[in-house]
Ligand binder design. Structure first.
Ligand code: PMV
Length: 323
């Protein structure tokens, strides 16, 4: 069957949140990331009617419409073209493609739920499916990592890995990327994790730069913060595997305080954390790069998560979801 007669294909990727260890992970300390499967990015690929052959990309959520050949530097152009090249290495007979790639997502842009990595992973999966090439998870992650460099500059690799594998992840940059075999604990934890967005964001790249400046100005102090955050991750891993939620809550509070020291929080994130604790959360912290984006708060039960959702909305959160 020629490509022009093919039925459209679709592929998806989940969101993610960082339970602990963000920023310190860029400096080699461990972090834990969790997949968020309640939000997804979907990529559809279909044959394009017009000639000459081109790769047309539509992303209605960000009101974007462009062509990979005229906008080759854009992350979506890069992931589609890199995956196409990757597939052509396995089957050099694959011809130039005439396709429309449409990317849609439940995740608000700039929500720090891994929008960029999810778009990359879903696009890589969709291109491979369209070309009928098997794409192993590790390769989907590696293709997305290359594009993360456009988004982040010096990404640790945590986002593309947790999103590609869709499993909780213990991660040390360039050293360990270990999937945590704790499906029940993760499901229970996520059912009590309330993710509240402040409604604005700063880019990950800008926030990584803020921390880098702090680190350059005071290496000793920042190394101590990174060590302390790394130790939070070590204890959180044990607590997650033991399903010890009160300890996870305390560690989230501790992690948030250290992120404040790194100067990546802001008054809106701090206010939501305080509101969550006042409403009985076991703990709360910003999640992701900071100065916008989300906090995560750990409810005492899934019924309490629903209550916490309401109190965070009345405390100014723009959008709240339960993991
Ligand atoms: O993109 P975000 O907001 O989920 O942040 C990623 C985590 C950082 O540690 C801040 C950066 C990185 O590359 O690990």
């Amino acid at each position: 069957m020629s490509f022009s007669d093919r039925a459209p294909v679709r592929a998806t990727a989940c969101g993610k949140l960082i339970l602990c260890g963000e920023h310190a992970v860029v400096y080699g300390r461990p972090a834990i990331a969790l997949p968020v499967t309640t939000v997804r990015t979907t990529v559809k690929i279909e044959a394009r009617g017009e000639t000459p052959p081109r790769i047309e990309i539509q992303a209605p959520n960000i009101k974007s419409h462009f062509y990979a050949d005229t906008d080759p530097g854009r992350p979506l152009s890069r992931i589609v073209c890199n995956t196409y090249e990757w597939c052509r290495r396995l089957n050099p007979a694959i011809p130039a493609q005439n396709i429309v790639v449409t990317v849609t997502s439940d995740m608000p842009v700039g929500s720090h739920l891994g929008t960029g990595a999810a778009a990359s992973v879903a696009s890589a999966r969709a291109v491979a499916a369209w070309l009928e090439i098997n794409l192993p998870v590790a390769d989907a992650s590696a293709l997305a990592f290359e594009v993360e460099k456009i988004h982040h500059g010096t990404p640790s690799g945590i986002d593309n890995t947790v999103i590609a594998y869709e499993q909780p992840l213990w991660f040390i940059k360039d050293v360990v990327s270990e999937l945590l075999e704790a499906p029940q604990q993760t499901e229970d934890l996520l059912s009590c994790l309330v993710v509240a967005a402040v409604g604005f964001s700063t880019t990950t790249k800008q926030m990584v730069d803020v921390v880098r400046e702090g680190f350059r100005a005071n290496r000793l102090r920042f190394n101590q913060y990174f060590d302390d955050i790394g130790f939070v991750s070590v204890r959180a891993r044990e607590a997650l595997l033991a399903a010890n939620w009160p300890v996870i809550g305390q560690l989230m509070d501790e992690n948030h305080q250290l992120l404040q020291e790194l100067n990546v929080s802001c008054k809106e994130l701090d206010a939501l954390c305080i509101a969550a604790r006042k409403s009985g959360a076991l703990g709360a912290k910003l999640s992701g790069a900071g100065r916008g984006g989300n906090i995560i708060a750990l409810a005492r039960s899934s019924a309490h998560a629903a209550e916490l959702r309401e109190s965070l909305l009345s405390s100014g959160a723009m959008q709240v979801l339960i993991g």
